[in-house]
Write a protein that binds this ligand. Sequence first.
Ligand code: NDP
Length: 291
Amino acid sequence: MAKELLGKPVIAALKEDLLGRIDALKSEGVVPALAIVRVGEREDDLSYERTALKRSEGLGVEVRRFVLPEDAGQAALMDVISQVNEDDSIHGCLIFRPLPRGYDEEAACEALDPAKDIDGIGRAALARVFTGRGEGFAPCTAAACLEMLDAYGIDAAGKRVAVVGRSLVIGRPVAMMLLERNATVTMCHSRTENLEAAVREADIVVLATGRAEAYGASCFREGQVVLDVGINVDAEGNLCGDADFDAAFEAVGEAGAVTPVPRGIGGVTTSVLMKHVVEAAEKSAFSRPCE
Ligand code: NDP
């Protein structure tokens, strides 16, 4: 039987590490604090917010919520971002996206202080991911994929990796981060010809397309590691990934491993968010460079 790569032990290990670091910060009089900026009441945002609040409570990370009505307008949003930037007691900020129609999302992302950009939404953070130079945090979901590989002792160096999906939130940054780790990366997208063959050839597959259970047995082979980032809803209304989990699980066999959805990468993303807040707080308290 293949191995199921569960998020739970990864989340527990991250928590243990962070609790010690948060204690050290608190002994210096610093309470790590996360600002959450939400415009409107999208159910996806509310769900992520609830998970973030729960995770932060368990760690002792403070959360300050800045909630605007959907019709608040760009000026009100920019004002909130300025407040966050100017408040030295806030170390990191999560702005829920996509913003409602009519907002200039790029302007909002660029307005956030790069030191507080813990989800890698601004150009400075992405430049760090793409060039390896400068400072800043990678987008949390992309970082969660690497966290997962590390926790299960899977070394990407020298391996063939297929990343399906090329968004700036997941596909592109995770490809760059794996390249940085000496993987040989193939990026696939909606225009890729013979995508199944590209995916089947890889040793490690990252699926990030948002297509419910679209990747079945013909995409996978013995021994692969499949990281399923997709969060979708199936025909019965249940959460599912981009992979047909049962088919992938069987195809990769005893030597392979697959992340389930839910209980896989999704929860690790929230822990990485907390890790980034703590790193940002450490940086401001101890002038420690971000990892
Ligand atoms: P986007 O819609 O921004 O990007 C989707 C990508 O998938 C695009 O690059 C698109 O290609 C590609 N794609 C679409 N159709 C196909 C196809 N038929 N074959 C190959 N590639 C295709 O989505 P996101 O990157 O924001 O999110 C992807 C998934 O990850 C979603 O399910 C989302 O819910 C989930 N997610 C999970 C998170 C977590 O914490 N686990 C966090 C954030 C998102 P093209 O560029 O050519 O259009």
